[in-house]
Design a protein around this ligand. Structure first.
Ligand SMILES: [Zn+2]
Length: 85
């Protein structure tokens, strides 16, 4: 039985398609049953696609660095702080 914690730990590998097929099936079943993890998975997948898209275009370093800092500024500490409002 996969828990949300297990899912999040395996998420990178899952999206990288290097996960063991059995584990992968378990993770897929989890996102079908858990809307929370489905959203996390979907968001992460889209983020990775953006990064991969940037790589594919072979951006010159300065542009790449500027984009990275723009992205960093757009998402100020989304996971940190502990200020849950
Ligand atoms: Zn979950």
């Amino acid at each position: 039985m996969i828990t949300c914690k297990d899912f999040l730990r395996e998420l990178n590998d899952f999206l990288d398609e290097t996960t063991d097929p059995v584990l992968r099936a378990e993770l897929e079943r989890h996102i079908n049953e858990c809307p929370n993890c489905w959203v996390i998975c979907d968001t992460t997948k889209k983020t990775i696609q953006v990064y991969k898209g940037m790589e594919a275009q072979n951006l010159p370093e300065p542009v790449h660095e500027r984009l990275m800092s723009m992205i960093a500024k757009k998402k100020p500490g989304c996971c940190g702080g502990g200020d849950t409002h």
